[in-house]
Design a protein around this ligand. Structure first.
Ligand SMILES: NC(=O)c1ccc[n+]([C@@H]2O[C@H](COP(=O)([O-])OP(=O)(O)OC[C@H]3O[C@@H](n4cnc5c(N)ncnc54)[C@H](O)[C@@H]3O)[C@@H](O)[C@H]2O)c1
Length: 381
């Protein structure tokens, strides 16, 4: 594909803004956006600097004016919109979770392969150079065999019962909330860094707040409660999706692990923490301090700082500003979109794809199953 790529974004919330910036940084045209209503679409086009607004997302994903469709809507719309876009022959970047069931995620993965288009999912934490460095070190065998994988992904934006969001509603967000929303990122990163696959798990889920405000107005970036002071009586609704999940798991290569995922942990904003304990060393990545990696050995523990000259090639390639000039979340998105555009132009496929997202959807189904049956559950390969 030659010339400037034409991108359109369905959805106009927090992550759509991040995508729009990344698309622009990759040198593509942002030809259109859509939102929940035509009026909101127009406002979003002005805010994001898109060339036009589409009245509906269904119009946008099949438009002849578009090469690559980004789906940044609430989760329940991912599958239908991605299916429409794929059938129209579009390259698709779909937000996680790719679908709200493993079966639907697998179906989209098959369809994308049949259509021979680029089908990407932004598991963007892979794009932190120090996460890539962790991968390179573990995969090189230099740390020895991996024995333990552990960590957590904690947020606090749903800590108050007055906090709510479309993610709480299983029809709009899907049957799993905390795990599908953020546990999926942790598991993707853990499997990507180690090359291990989680083959069985036991999960316990918790719905800390059995009722929440019925006003689904909050977003991840701006919680509805506005803090603990804002607790006036509002209509509440019963909650069925989980606020938190604890997991124990085993991998195909003999490691064991544990994970805690929560959206109700006060003071934790986006704490994705992952530690890999191998025979000779451990390596720890902390998403909120992504410019360093902790490398632990019995004799000494080092804090490695990002410096392209000292990093493995895959990590150095992502290290786009000099050492001491912090890289962040938005930079990861920019690098991800650059990789997607390279693939669209026929280059190497480096980005996380639908198969990776189908994998996390299978894990999500297993988590819900295990929590329901209170037993160890196999994760289909
Ligand atoms: N990869 C990541 O790091 C990451 C980060 C945040 C969110 N996400 C994913 O992105 C998606 C959106 O999350 P968000 O945080 O931006 O949510 P958000 O609530 O901020 O935004 C969602 C937007 O979708 C709009 N919308 C509703 N129906 C629509 C429709 N039919 N067509 C177009 N737009 C519609 C809403 O008006 C809202 O503006 C979710 O699936 C979420 O899991 C991924």
């Amino acid at each position: 594909m030659h010339g400037q790529l034409r991108v359109a974004i369905a959805g106009a919330g927090m992550v759509a803004r991040v995508h729009a910036d990344a698309v622009r940084r990759a040198g593509a045209r942002l030809v259109g956006v859509s939102a929940s209503t035509p009026e909101r679409g127009k406002a979003a086009a002005a805010e994001l600097g898109a060339e036009r607004a589409y009245d509906t997302s269904e119009d946008l994903v099949v438009s002849d004016e578009v090469d690559i469709v980004h789906i940044c809507t609430p989760n329940g719309l991912h599958h239908p919109l991605a299916e429409l876009a794929l059938r129209a022959g579009k390259h698709v970047v779909c937000e996680k979770p790719l679908a709200t069931s493993a079966a639907q995620a697998a179906e989209l993965t098959r369809l994308a392969a049949e259509q021979r288009v680029v089908a990407a999912v932004p598991f963007v934490y892979r794009y932190h150079p120090m996460a890539a460095e962790a991968r390179a070190r573990v995969r090189s065998g230099a740390l020895g065999a991996v024995h333990l994988l552990h960590g957590h992904y904690l947020q606090d934006w749903l800590a108050d019962p007055a906090d709510s969001n479309w993610r709480v509603d299983p029809v709009v967000g899907g049957p799993s909330r905390a795990f599908a929303d953020i546990g999926s990122h942790w598991c993707d990163l853990a499997e990507w860094i180690t090359g291990h696959r989680i083959t069985e798990l036991v999960a316990s889920t918790a719905t800390v707040h059995g009722e929440r405000s019925a006003a689904m107005s909050g977003t991840f970036s701006a919680p509805a409660a506005g803090g603990a002071g804002d607790r006036q009586a509002v209509t509440t609704e019963a909650v069925t999706t989980e606020d938190a999940a604890h997991l124990l798991f085993r991998t195909d290569r003999g490691a064991t692990g544990s994970l805690l995922v929560s959206q109700v942990s006060p003071g934790r904003k986006n704490r994705l923490w992952l530690e890999v304990d191998a025979a000779d060393a451990s390596v720890t990545f902390d998403q909120e301090n992504p410019e360093t990696l902790l490398l632990g050995r019995r004799a000494s523990t080092e804090v490695l700082s990002r410096d392209a000259a000292l990093l493995a090639p895959d990590a150095a390639r992502l290290s786009t500003v000099p050492p001491g000039h912090p890289l962040g979340y938005q930079d990861c998105f920019a690098a991800f979109v650059r990789d997607v555009h390279d693939a669209v132009r026929g280059g190497e496929v480096r980005h996380p794809g639908f198969a990776d997202a189908a994998r996390t959807a299978a894990l999500t189904d297993a988590v819900l199953d295990s929590a329901h049956t209170r037993s160890w559950t196999e994760v289909p390969a």
